[in-house]
Design a protein around this ligand. Structure first.
Ligand SMILES: [Zn+2]
Length: 465
């Protein structure tokens, strides 16, 4: 729209101004605008994310009624076109869309599976900032993944457990659902009074009127869409200040016995900051829900979410993901070992640091698994082979072992240097395995092709490296 208006103005000016003063408008005809692609071509989730634009900010305003599961939302998305766009997609699963505007003008749209296909009234020029508003309502969905696990908006007895890895976020908000498109977020969630909403970032306000409470959270660091949460229900919320002065939010479902594990959170974060570099986000914390049917915890940014009271290793695992996974994020899903191998090794180094079992001994115990146990050794961590195996045990175990084997091959000095540089050089960015291998070779001064091939890509138990 804006582009068209400017061109009309220039034509009007041409009547009264000398021709030399008039900057010719770029000749943009309808033929110069084309649709953005329906996906970004991820090997496992080709339709996740969309082509032709880059999101800067999501403002998600919604209300939710746990009793009826009714969700009413308005998403305002600010993005920059990266090509001349005649049409573009957002990812959204289910819901009725009742309003859709682009730059304030009604836009037409169609639905095709997870694609919300939007045709703005006028083409969007490459480089232009634009705003999409989507009004949507309905019952948010639970997504079943290729490995059979559930994600998305998972109802609990008192609210919902909200997790989006790898493809659940469009179950509750329209997104460019690809880890490459990080953005900032604001969440404004209205729920019955007594219900706590735990979203990412810093708690800006909570206001109760007429039996309803509105929670406003701001996530000011770039975040991949799958790391967003708005887990809600009855929670005891403790707000403190973590070392370094950032706010810490720990929410625990009151039906769970608390134990002592959550008291270790500041020490764990401090320890990882000491070896991986400064904590990368504006807030820290944990959301501990009673949702055992989910069967896993997730490193939702700034506040990992747990389906039950975690043990210390699980708490350490998820907190380490703030560096490896959330701040330093894979570019494509087959590189998932860059998250899970790193978080598994992080469990071991925390154990070693606290004087318990060493990372070397974790490695040794696992390495004793016989080569004939192919379910333990295959698929190799660098090549899961199919989305069904994204979160297979080998990605975690062999991934962690890869790092410990690297540590023992190149020595602690080079190894910890690599871990720190990986986290700081790619802070808030996206990475690939070849980049990690190149960094390891650069810092160690060693040729490591054979090492990484054996550990990451060969299906058999590594025997020499
Ligand atoms: Zn993990």
């Amino acid at each position: 729209m804006a582009g068209t208006r400017v061109r009309r103005l220039l034509r009007a000016l041409a009547v009264v101004l000398p021709a030399a003063l008039v900057v010719p408008a770029p000749a943009a005809s309808a033929a110069d605008f084309s649709p953005g692609s329906a996906g970004l071509g991820d090997p496992y989730f080709p339709l996740a994310g969309n082509g032709g634009y880059d999101v800067a900010h999501y403002s998600l305003v919604f209300s939710y009624q746990p009793a009826t599961r009714q969700f009413d939302g308005t998403a305002t998305i600010t993005a920059t076109a990266t090509q001349n766009l005649s049409r573009f997609d957002l990812d959204l699963r289910g819901f009725d869309v009742d309003r859709l505007t682009v730059n304030g003008a009604a836009a037409s749209y169609t639905r095709a599976g997870q694609e919300l296909v939007i045709t703005p009234a006028a083409g969007l020029t490459a480089g232009a900032l634009f705003t999409v508003v989507v009004g949507y309502a309905g019952i948010p969905s639970v997504v079943t993944d290729p490995d059979g696990s559930i994600e998305g908006w998972v109802p609990t007895d008192d609210g919902a457990f909200v997790v989006g890895e790898p493809q659940g976020s469009p179950a509750w908000y329209p997104a460019n659902d690809n880890p490459r498109d990080k953005a900032t977020y604001e969440f404004t969630a209205t729920v019955p009074a007594g219900i706590t909403v735990m979203a990412n970032g810093v708690l800006d306000s909570r206001t109760t009127t007429g039996g309803r409470t509105t929670w406003v959270w701001r996530a000011t660091s770039p975040m991949a869409p799958y790391l967003a949460t708005a887990t809600l229900g009855r929670f005891d919320l403790t707000e403190t200040t973590a070392p370094g002065g950032i706010p810490a939010y720990v929410a625990v479902d009151p039906t769970l016995s608390t134990g002592n594990v959550l008291r270790k959170l500041p020490d764990i974060v401090d320890f990882y900051a000491s070896i991986y570099g400064p904590y990368p986000f504006e807030a820290v914390g944990a959301i501990v829900d009673d949702a055992p049917d989910v069967g896993y915890s997730l490193e939702t940014q700034t506040k990992p979410v747990f389906d039950r009271m975690p043990d210390e290793a699980t708490l350490a695992h998820e907190l380490s993901h703030m560096w490896y996974g959330d701040s330093v994020t894979l570019t494509e899903w087959p590189d998932i070992w860059l998250h899970e191998g790193f978080a598994t090794w992080s469990e071991w180094i925390w154990s070693e640091h606290t004087g318990r079992k060493s990372a070397h001994n974790y490695f040794k115990t696992l390495y004793n698994t016989p080569a004939q146990d192919t379910a333990f050794w295959t698929p190799p961590p660098g090549d899961p082979g199919s989305p069904e195996f994204l979160f297979n045990g080998t990605i975690y175990n062999r991934g962690g072992m890869t790092l410990q084997a690297l540590r023992e091959k190149i020595g602690d000095g080079a190894f910890f240097g690599i871990m720190r540089r990986w986290a700081t050089a790619h802070r808030h960015g996206n990475v690939t395995t070849p980049q990690f291998i190149a960094l390891a070779e650069q810092v160690s001064g060693m040729q490591l092709d054979h090492f990484f091939d054996v550990w990451l890509y060969q299906p058999d138990k590594p025997t020499s490296w």
